[in-house]
Design a protein around this ligand. Structure first.
Ligand SMILES: Cc1ncc(COP(=O)(O)O)c(C=O)c1O
Length: 463
């Protein structure tokens, strides 16, 4: 996904130089990925944009991958990269992880799908309850399904219709949350009365109007909106640390205040931990920040590269599902193959020790970037939590989406991405994504990243 941001952050860096280097690096990327170009030309004939999901689109064409092992991936032209993209933050276990592979192979030989419950779903639900502190769990097939079910639960629990979300946040592509995802500054409206902006076509206006947004890290704006909409709001869905506009952690005390306010107004609090869940601590952001919501949505890293998600619920919310008041369905929910992958991922691979190692590796990588940023006087800073980190191309810290729109240097971010790709670092395209480390990443992998970042820093600052 591409978000237009300003170019004001890096006044010290020559804009003409950025433009020239971007053209050079884009040409180099195109030259290096000729086989991807061929596949792209074939793919566009049968898939819109030549990709299975629009998030995989990229200029000049997507880099098509062939295989992965541990911390490495290889593209169809045979180039090897250290993978910091990690499947949009899914592959914390490393590619072709042997423990998960063995569990999936064993399960395959015993049958892969029954649409009847198996032991695996109980083990995974027990593990999630232990990690996140919510007692009841159900399974889904993606983050989108998890957040869709969470919205149904909030509405079912309260008998109200309005959903609040944070402006600039992405929670999947169903009607209730495809609102104010990446609106422009002009579209946003007042802080305590933001406009509901549909994210693309296909959503009835009546549904878009039922979702209202508030800025992140501003409990006063939330209090004001809750006051104005008193008795109408079913739920607030939010990432406890924003991870779709780089990484923005919560300010001290913010989540606690959100918890108080939602309780006072009878609003179901949903933490969307699709990104943070299995990556920033054993019990995700819920454990890390010590605030427990009513509902947690998970997907991505919990199933070790298989398509699954989960929803955690308080006892009261779970009763709605158990009693059939809110329907939570799915042919593939709790699929045995996915559960085998999730069980091995959560109980054998992503252990407490693994989280400690990921945190330490991330700190080290961030420190290396910080040193280079200081040495080359770059207008950016690092941010990180657990396995996830990023260099944010803004001279000042970001606290919310409005900062992101006005302070991030989109051109510099794009140039850094090109340097990484052309120096053997596979990174998420776009201005707003972060890196994800896996347990397979070594010091050598981190050094490779730092070498690429230094090449960028040197070239962009030399005249
Ligand atoms: C925070 C968050 N929630 C939900 C989703 C949707 O997940 P999925 O792509 O599995 O539908 C995403 C996807 O990036 C996400 O980042």
């Amino acid at each position: 996904m591409t978000v237009e941001t300003s170019t004001t952050g890096a006044a010290a860096i020559d804009r003409a130089r950025i433009k020239q280097l971007t053209e050079q690096q884009m040409d180099l990327l195109a030259q290096r990925t000729q086989r991807s170009k061929e596949l792209y030309e074939r793919a566009v004939k049968v898939m819109p944009g030549g990709v299975p999901s629009s998030f995989q689109e990229n200029d000049p064409w997507p880099v098509y991958l062939d295989r992965g092992s541990g911390s490495r991936v290889w593209d169809v032209d045979g180039a090897e990269y250290t993978d910091f993209h990690n499947g949009f933050g899914v592959m914390c276990i490393g590619h072709a992880n042997p423990a998960v592979g063995a569990a999936v192979k064993a399960r395959h030989d015993e049958g892969t799908h029954f649409a009847a419950p198996t032991d695996g779903s109980i083990v995974v639900a027990e593990e999630l309850a232990d990690r996140f502190g919510l007692p009841q769990w159900r399974f889904t097939n993606s983050g989108t399904e998890s957040t869709m079910d969470a919205v149904h639960l909030a509405r079912g629990a309260t008998g109200r219709d309005v959903i609040l979300k944070i402006e600039g946040s992405y929670h999947g592509h169903h009607d209730a949350v495809m609102v104010s995802v990446y609106p422009s500054l002009e579209e946003l409206g007042e802080r305590d009365d933001p406009v509901s902006v549909p994210y693309g076509g296909g959503y009835p206006r009546a549904l878009t109007d039922l979702t209202r947004s508030v800025p992140f890290n501003d409990a006063d704006a939330l209090a004001s909106v809750l006051e104005k909409l008193d008795g109408k709001v079913a739920g607030l869905i939010m990432e406890p640390a924003m991870m779709n506009i780089n990484i923005i952690p919560p300010r001290e005390g913010y989540l606690e205040r959100v918890r108080e306010l939602t309780r006072e107004h009878g609003v179901i609090l949903i933490f969307d931990e699709v990104k943070t869940g299995a990556t920033i601590a054993r019990g995700g952001a819920t454990q890390r920040f010590g605030v427990t919501p009513d509902v947690i949505t998970l997907a991505k890293a919990i199933c070790g590269g298989y398509p699954g998600g989960a929803i955690g619920m308080s006892k009261e919310v779970a009763e709605l599902v158990a009693s059939g008041t809110v329907h939570q369905y799915g042919t593939f929910n709790g699929n045995p193959l996915v559960m085998a992958a999730a069980q091995a991922t959560l109980t054998e691979v992503l252990t407490e020790d693994a989280y400690a190692a990921l945190e330490a590796a991330n700190q080290k990588l961030r420190s290396g970037c910080d040193e280079l940023i200081a040495r080359y006087e770059l207008p950016c800073y690092t941010q990180g939590l657990g396995a996830k980190g990023c260099v944010i191309f803004s001279a000042e810290p970001l606290y919310e989406y409005r900062d992101y729109l006005t302070k991030v240097d989109g051109e510099l971010s794009t140039l850094a991405w090109l340097f990484h790709m052309n120096h053997g670092i596979f990174m998420t395209p776009g201005v707003e994504e972060e890196w994800t480390l896996s347990i397979a990443h070594t010091d050598e992998d981190a050094q490779r990243f730092l070498d690429a970042f230094e090449a960028f820093a040197r070239d962009v600052t030399s005249s």
